[in-house]
Design a protein around this ligand. Structure first.
Ligand code: PAF
Length: 282
């Protein structure tokens, strides 16, 4: 596996690959890799001639300095995991290499997608995500780029970014990868204390029950039910639960038969903020 820290050298490598008419799959990450990331890389490997992974903890997408400072960094282990799935190249730039001296986000208009859910609670987050993803796509120039559906709002926003900026790449969303007890895999899970780790599967269990209830109840009733479950929970704190249209991400109160809906949740397990979502059936 080739390791790049400089944009210019990675671009040179990619140009050579493209000259051979080979396709490039790209998986952007912030490191602390887990099976969820590896599943994206395996998928990218199957569908492309080579796969590039980036590892970059992007400062501009963090609205909370402590979350940034404590974000897990496990570079040596990450490299071993990447070797184990036959990753062709990894890009590990410094903050200076990406931002130089100006560590700020571009401002984006994602047609309102950015104002829903995470956008209400994480100020500037999607400008930060847009800035780094656009920069990385311009450096790597992939044929296809892969993102997990755990960050479903991010996935929809990246599709919008590509459409609005006419970037020549296909964005692929991949199903959420879960631990055996249902907890959605996330690099932040390693920061959970034993007590919160044991409690955390309650999030997915509640989503599954909400999905069942959505078959017979309206969205606002399901939302009320979920809010009550968390009011009764001894340690997990609900930040939001909402049922939204998958395309617009706007909250719905009652279902419309031709539209796809998804339930979204954000929960504090102590200091650690966990998000998850589930597709609903009408
Ligand atoms: O989902 C992530 O890990 C990050 O938001 C991403 C897409 C790598 C951008 O920093």
């Amino acid at each position: 596996m080739q390791v790049f820290t400089k944009k210019s050298l990675l671009k040179e490598y990619i140009s050579q690959i493209k000259e051979q008419s080979k396709s490039v799959g790209f998986v952007p990450t912030m490191g602390a890799l887990h099976q969820g990331h590896l599943s994206l890389i395996k998928k990218a490997k199957k569908k492309n001639d080579i796969v590039v992974v980036s590892i970059f903890v992007n400062p501009t997408q963090f609205d909370n300095k402590e979350d940034l400072d404590k974000y897990p960094i496990t570079l040596e282990n990450d490299k071993k995991l990447l070797e184990s799935v036959d990753c062709d190249a990894v890009f590990i730039p410094s903050v200076k290499e990406i931002y130089d001296k100006n560590i700020v986000s571009e401002k984006f208009d994602f047609d309102g997608l950015e104002h829903q859910m995470e956008g209400k609670f994480r100020d500037g987050h999607f400008d930060g995500v847009g800035t780094i993803v656009k920069a990385l796509l311009e450096i790597v120039m992939p044929t296809k780029a892969y993102f997990g559906e755990k960050d479903f709002q991010q996935l929809q926003i990246i599709k919008k970014l590509v459409e609005k900026h006419q970037l020549n790449v296909t964005i692929k969303g991949c199903p959420i990868f879960r631990e055996e007890d249902g907890l959605a895999m996330s690099s932040r899970n390693t920061r959970l204390t034993n007590e919160y780790r044991k409690a955390a599967p309650f999030i997915h269990k509640t989503l599954k029950k909400a999905k069942k209830k959505f078959g017979i109840k309206d969205a606002d009733k399901v939302t009320e039910w979920v809010e009550n479950q968390f009011k009764k929970h001894p340690i997990l704190e609900l930040e939001y639960f909402t049922i939204a249209n998958e395309k617009t991400l706007e909250t719905i109160t009652s279902k419309k038969n031709k539209e796809k809906h998804r339930a979204f949740i954000a929960v504090f397990a102590g200091e650690i903020r966990l998000i998850d979502n589930i597709q609903l059936k009408n």
